[in-house]
Design a protein around this ligand. Structure first.
Ligand code: HEM
Length: 233
C-alpha cells in the first residue's frame, strides 16, 4: 500500500480502486487494516475454491466419459453458433445448464468448502437443544453434501441430479454458505470455471498421468497437482 501510494503509475486493479476511495470524500474510508484484510480474504476465498473446483471437474469428467460427452455437446453447440474467436457472451453462459450441474456436482462431491462458522448472538433452541449465546458453531457441509436423503447415492458423481429446476434455491443448497454471509463470489467463481471448461473441452483432449495423489479428507486436494497429458482436438 505504501508503494502504491508513492507510485505515480495507475493500475486497474482492486488495490488501486480501494486506495482511490481515499481521495473521494463521498466514499467510505477504509483503514489500511481493513483494505489489507479485504484483499487477503478475496484472494484466499476466490482462488483456492475456483482452482480446486476446476481441477476436480477435469478429474471427474475424465473418470465419467458420458458426462464429458454431454458437456462437450453443450459447448460445441455454443461454439458452432459463432466464429472460432468470438468470445462467450453472458447469454451463452446462462445457457450452460449441464456445465453448471457439473460444477455444482464437483463442489458437492469433493466438498470444496468443508464448513462455515457462526456465532450465536442470543440463546437459541434447536430441535430441543439449547445453544447458549456466544457459542461458536461449525456447520459441517461435508455431512450435508453426503446426506443420502438430500443426494441419493451420494458418493456417485451424477451431474444430472442438478438439472431439476431451481435446485440451487433449495434450503439445503449450502455449497456457497447461506444467509447474510453467503458467498459474494458465487456467480463470478461459477463463470470462471464455466469459461475454463468451455475452452478446455472444445479445444483439447486429455488423459490423466498415472500416480496422481488425491486426498479426500478433510477436503479434496491434490498435493502434487493433477498431472494430465493434453492434445489439441
Ligand atoms: C466458485 C467457488 C467458490 C465457492 C465454492 C465458495 C464458497 C464460499 C463459502 C461456502 C463461503 C462461506 C459463506 C458463509 O459463511 O455462509 C464463502 C464466502 C466468501 N467468498 Fe466464496 N466461494 C467461491 C468463490 C468465490 C470467489 C470467486 C470470490 C471472490 C472473488 C469469493 C469470495 C468470498 C468472500 C469475500 C466470502 C466471505 C463473505 C462473508 O463472510 O461475508 N468466493 N465462499
Amino acid at each position: 500500500m505504501e508503494d502504491r501510494r508513492a507510485s505515480k503509475e495507475s493500475h486497474t486493479d482492486m488495490l488501486d480502486a480501494l486506495l482511490k476511495n481515499e481521495e473521494d470524500p463521498s466514499k467510505f474510508k477504509m483503514t489500511d487494516d481493513q483494505i489489507f484484510d479485504l484483499l487477503l480474504a478475496i484472494l484466499y476465498a476466490g482462488y483456492e475454491t475456483v482452482s480446486t473446483t476446476s481441477m476436480m471437474t477435469v478429474k471427474y469428467l475424465y473418470d465419467h466419459p458420458k458426462a464429458l460427452q454431454k458437456l462437450r455437446e453443450e459447448h460445441s453447440a455454443i461454439r458452432n453458433a459463432k466464429g472460432p474467436d468470438d468470445p462467450i457472451s453472458w447469454d451463452d453462459y446462462k445457457s450452460m445448464e449441464f456445465t453448471r450441474a457439473v460444477i455444482y456436482e464437483t463442489m458437492r462431491l469433493s466438498t470444496i468448502v468443508n464448513g462455515v462458522l457462526r456465532k450465536t448472538t442470543e440463546d437459541m433452541e434447536l430441535n430441543g437443544y439449547l445453544i447458549p449465546k456466544g457459542w461458536k458453531i461449525y456447520v459441517y457441509m461435508r455431512e450435508i453434501n453426503y446426506d443420502p436423503i438430500l443426494y441419493p447415492d451420494p458418493y456417485t458423481f451424477n451431474p444430472w441430479r442438478w438439472l431439476e429446476k431451481n435446485t440451487d434455491a433449495h434450503r439445503y443448497f449450502l455449497l456457497f454458505g447461506g444467509g447474510t454471509r453467503h458467498c459474494p463470489g458465487k456467480e463470478l467463481g461459477t463463470v470462471e470455471i464455466a469459461v475454463f471448461l468451455h475452452y478446455f473441452v472444445t479445444r483439447y483432449r486429455w488423459e490423466e498421468i498415472d500416480g496422481n495423489k488425491i486426498l479426500k479428507f478433510p477436503r479434496v486436494e491434490a498435493p502434487n497437482g493433477l498431472r494430465i497429458r493434453i492434445w489439441e482436438r
